[in-house]
Design a protein around this ligand. Structure first.
Ligand code: ADP
Length: 395
């Protein structure tokens, strides 16, 4: 019986995979190959409670994919695979939903690489390698940007000369679409309402972070923009800044513009503000011990998040629920409490005991009686990729 989907998330030097049952969501085999192309390239694999590490020596993506193929063969899963699903970061305006991959689609994903030069080429390596290794299986692309293609023009346009959009495609695209879409559906189920009659704000708070306004199952605005740098404060990204900071930082540190952007992507956010760590949990511990940098980093993170949630509310006719997800959203009792406190004007109040219970995979409501609804929902991007892939492969 062909009942599993191989989900692949390929980075420039990494390859994450999982063989998932798209009905139950169970991963029969999963793993992560890291440091590909370097002498210590390795593949860490998990099957049930068993974990193993395989050295790939100097191996690149091909070697990693072949090792995955071997593992699938050894565990009898190869014959059960019905399709391969790929996470692709940027689908531009071309891809408004997931799609079966053929040569034309592959070329179009390549064309979108100008909008995501660090991500799409890596995703394409995964697609090309998998198409070669699993030539008899349908392959599907699931895009981070696709869910936000429903945003209206007044939400996706920058107020810059319009030719920069019409001739160069420079607009807001948004990311984390797979997660926002997944948790919106889960939240609707939790509320007992049909998704097509739900007004939600979803906050995906991981190392990267974004929030979205989701109306009747469609994204109508989100905090990330042309790239994932816009919007919320993140682990290492600044989020929104005055664009004039770019030349000011360049002058102050004698850096060209591309290195300033790199600083804003990799050395800013929680890490830059705290001078300590990009990790929310580590910062909470340090702040509790009196580390002033950790405290101000967390304060800026929460304030910016609350401010963006309030901003997104103008995209909705009403607000049925605020949804927290991602590593921080699913686990940080403290962050959720701060954010809810700052959203008092929107009618939010927290139930501290319910909030404290929602950690480590426990989902549920965290608002007090009489408050507007707030939920913790566990995201599962891989499951949504598996479901889309399975559905498209059947059609
Ligand atoms: P990624 O975007 O890499 O998938 P995750 O969604 O796993 O990241 O989120 C990672 C973040 O979640 C880190 O900042 C981590 O500190 C935070 N996190 C995980 N558990 C907790 C916790 N119990 N309390 C606070 N933050 C947590």
């Amino acid at each position: 019986m062909t009942d599993h989907v191989l989900v692949i998330n390929c980075g420039s030097s990494s390859l994450k995979f999982a063989a998932i049952d798209p009905i139950s969501g169970q991963a029969a085999l999963s793993g992560l190959a890291e440091r590909l192309g370097s002498p210590d390239a390795s593949l860490n694999v998990r099957q049930g409670d068993t974990r193993q590490s395989v050295s790939l020596a100097e191996g690149g993506h091909d070697a990693a994919m072949l090792a995955v193929l071997q593992l699938l063969d050894n565990s009898g899963l190869s014959a059960k695979l019905s399709a391969v699903g790929h996470r692709v970061v940027h689908g531009g305006e071309r891809f408004k939903s997931s799609v079966c991959i053929d040569d034309v689609v592959e070329a179009e994903i390549d064309a979108c690489a100008r909008l995501a030069p660090l991500h799409n080429p890596a995703n394409l390596i995964g697609i090309r390698t998998a198409r070669a290794c699993f030539a008899n299986l349908p392959q599907v692309a699931v895009f981070d940007t696709a869910f936000h293609q429903s945003m209206p023009a007044h939400a996706y346009l920058y107020a810059i000369p319009s030719a920069l959009y019409t001739e160069h495609g420079l607009r807001r695209y948004g990311f984390h679409g797979t997660s926002h879409r997944y948790v919106a559906a889960e939240a609707a189920a939790m509320l007992g309402r049909p998704l097509n009659d739900c007004a939600l704000i979803t906050a995906h708070l991981g190392n990267g972070a974004s929030a979205a306004a989701v109306l009747d199952g469609h994204s109508v605005d989100t905090t990330m923009g042309l790239t994932p740098l816009e919007g919320l404060v993140m682990g290492t990204r600044s989020g929104d800044i005055d664009p004039s900071l770019v030349p000011f930082i360049g002058k102050a540190l004698d850096l060209p513009a591309d290195q300033v952007i790199d600083l804003l992507n990799r050395k800013s956010g929680l890490l830059g503000l705290s001078g300590l760590s990009n990790d929310c949990r580590a910062l909470q511990t340090a702040a509790a011990e009196g580390h002033a940098g950790a405290q101000i980093a967390l304060d800026v993170f929460c304030y910016r998040l609350a401010k963006h949630i309030a901003g997104l509310s103008v995209a909705l006719p009403r607000l049925d629920a605020l949804v927290f997800t991602g590593g921080i959203g699913e686990n940080s009792v403290w962050v959720r409490e701060q954010v809810m406190k700052q959203l008092g004007l929107l009618g939010f109040a927290i139930d501290s005991a319910a909030n404290a219970r929602c950690v480590g995979g426990v989902a549920g409501p965290i608002h007090a009686a009489g408050s507007r609804t707030a939920l913790v929902v566990n995201t599962n991007e891989e499951l949504l990729i598996a479901r889309d892939t399975f559905a498209l492969a059947q059609s």
